[in-house]
Write a protein that binds this ligand. Sequence first.
Ligand code: FES
Length: 149
Amino acid sequence: MRVALRAAIAQDHARVRMRDATMSESPKTFDTGVRRVDLDPEHPLPLETPWGSFALFAVGAETFAVQSFCPHLEGPLFQGSVSGECVTCPWHGWRFSLRTGRRLDFAELFSFERDTLLVLEVRMSERGTIVLCDPGRRPSSHLDDVERI
Ligand code: FES
């Protein structure tokens, strides 16, 4: 069990190093190759970008791109429930605005950057695909505070 834990932690460290290295070389924009009409409002689409995993949400006529994993303990937000411009994390129920990334439940108590979703600017390419813009930082979570072995 202890060996498995160390292996998992080593994999996590490798993932963080790769993500940080990618950030330092990342482009300013990323063409997802996905068209707006291909998005299902009922099922947000997670995808890998140069800045980590982000999910595309189709809400009405708008498209939002927010980090795929919750800033609490990395629950899969793309599997959460969506109501209007709000997504609720399937693991512990934190609610976020897809427009601002701000936490909506207990917002007055939790106003830290790490309690806020990273939201990407969304543009359309000339060929009609969704283009994401550099967030300038990487997604963070409370797991970043877990002591590294
Ligand atoms: S992991 Fe999302 S609320 Fe806990």
